[in-house]
Design a protein around this ligand. Structure first.
Ligand code: ZN
Length: 184
């Protein structure tokens, strides 16, 4: 695979129309524009301590996102994985079991939301080499997958809160996490 020099990309913020559009299917994966976009997305998500980023968040309305779970100051307990490009994904089935946990979004800085997500999912997607893969994800990585998949449908995490009381500021979230930590 040819490597491209990656650039940091600007992130669209809540309110921009691109975040509300249904993203278009990627037709050709082995082209320089798509491969460069993948490199840029990976560089950008790692730079801002994200665990995932979707193409619409960088103003590209395409069905591509990056899963990049790794422990960092924003998500200290995130499991470590290699950043993976997910292209034209499909969620085939969901576990009945749902779990609520705190999420943030690079397009909604300063806000966290307690969001219900399916605990595990069976998915299908194309990787950056053009292979169609089937995988099962659970827990935190399944949560990221569902959050990023929502971006391709124009859905933001704030649309999924059960109550507006489940939205809090990043500052209060960090205080809460410190309290939980000191208790355990
Ligand atoms: Zn997001």
């Amino acid at each position: 695979m040819k490597k491209y020099k990656a650039d940091l990309l600007q992130i669209a913020q809540l309110g921009h129309r691109v975040l509300r559009r249904k993203a278009k299917k990627v037709k050709e994966i082995n082209n320089s524009e798509v491969q460069k976009l993948i490199e840029d997305l990976i560089k950008t998500v790692m730079d801002v301590d994200g665990v995932g980023i979707a193409a619409p968040q960088v103003y590209k309305s395409l069905r591509i996102f990056i899963l990049a779970s790794h422990p960092n100051p924003r998500y200290p307990k995130a499991p470590k994985m290699n950043p993976t490009a997910i292209i034209n994904p499909k969620i085939i089935s969901y576990s009945k079991e749902k779990k609520k946990d705190w999420e943030g979004c690079l397009s909604i800085p300063g806000i966290r939301g307690l969001i219900p997500r399916h605990y595990s999912i069976n998915v299908e997607f194309t990787n950056r080499d053009g292979a169609r893969l089937k995988k099962t994800y659970k827990d935190f990585v399944a949560r990221i997958f569902q959050h990023e998949h929502d971006h391709l449908e124009g859905i933001m995490f704030v649309d999924r809160v059960e109550s507006s009381k489940d939205l809090i500021s990043e500052k209060e979230y960090q205080k809460m996490m410190k309290k939980i930590k000191s208790k355990t």
